[in-house]
Design a protein around this ligand. Sequence first.
Ligand SMILES: *Cc1c(COP(=O)(O)O)cnc(C)c1O
Length: 394
Amino acid sequence: MKVPFLDLGAQYAPIRAEVDQALNAVFSSTAFAGGPFVASFEEAFADYVNCEHAIGVGSGTEALWFALLALEVGPGDEVITVPNSFFATAEAISICGARPVFVDVSPDTLTMNPKALEAAITRKTRAIIPVHLFGQMADMDPILAIAERHDIPIIEDAAQAHGALYRGKPAGSLGIAGCFSFYPGKNLGAPGEAGAVTTHDANLALQIRILRDHGQAVKHDHQMVGWNGRMDGIHGAVLNTKLPYLENWNEARRSHAELYRKRLAPLPGLQVPIEQVGRRHVFHIYALRVQGRDELMTELAQRGVQCAIHYPVPIHKQAAYQDGNAPALHLPVAEASAPKLLSLPLYPELKPIQINYVCDQIERWVERRTVKSRIGRPSSRLNSRPTRREATHG
Ligand SMILES: *Cc1c(COP(=O)(O)O)cnc(C)c1O
């Protein structure tokens, strides 16, 4: 059986007529760059996230960059974030001229550890970027309390968390700004590159609108140096068409994740993702932690199951962030998880029969490994071969 990691065609097929109609509307009105389709998506998305404002931009990376620029983060500043994210989180900080300060994550959720955050705050800290990793929000209450005590703004990296909740509050609504990506494979995906910043703050929203449009609030009146960071019309139109489906898609992801959990949680040597109390996980990624990850991934690939790794190398270990003069940074939780993480296929249109097939293959691998390790041990009962049951659970 073939189980792809992602199947964007399966998402497009049932909504094809609507999406094509949206594209036709953009072409008929030639509203290609910014314009009314972007404006109406901004309104709908702000509403969905429970924020006053949403500003459509060119990508999630740009959303992070503009949020930082609007907060006047620049050279000499420090921004605290986590190393187990997509590279863009740190990159946006660096491209502002500021220095990313990486702190470790909590072992249960792999999101920002509030204690590590508090310990990393200095007089230079100008912002904090927790990442809502894989679709589950970081532990925002303690993070917000620490940020408030030190009067430092929080920018949420919500690029993987459209529709995630923390004590009933949507991702992107808790910090001064929420940054979303609509990269095609995200929970809400555009037909290309797109992103948005959400905020309750009217002034910040205005600053970002000016920044994404060459520093002008009014045409030909450039108050500052900005950038060309507008969202395209086709993205606004297609995202607006897809937004009403997002809740159902997220529910489908959640029920697939529950099926995975039921089958995989009992297996020895595997750690499945756990939804924390008071949080709604939207499972952008379903990442197991397993010793022997590469071997399992190869075996699954041989059996037609396509997996991925998020992320093989923590950002502070990437070549771009090596500084020969600084002492090597050691972040044990993030570093220990990187070689164990394996992302299984998960998308709304995935079928239970496919999930069960994936789980069957993992179960077989775990069983064989358990038998092997028994035989390898000097005390193993070579003469009385363990039964299947004993081998699995012993
Ligand atoms: C996807 C992603 C980004 C970047 O978004 P793009 O739209 O690809 O620029 C940033 N942070 C995280 C956590 C992401 O997953």
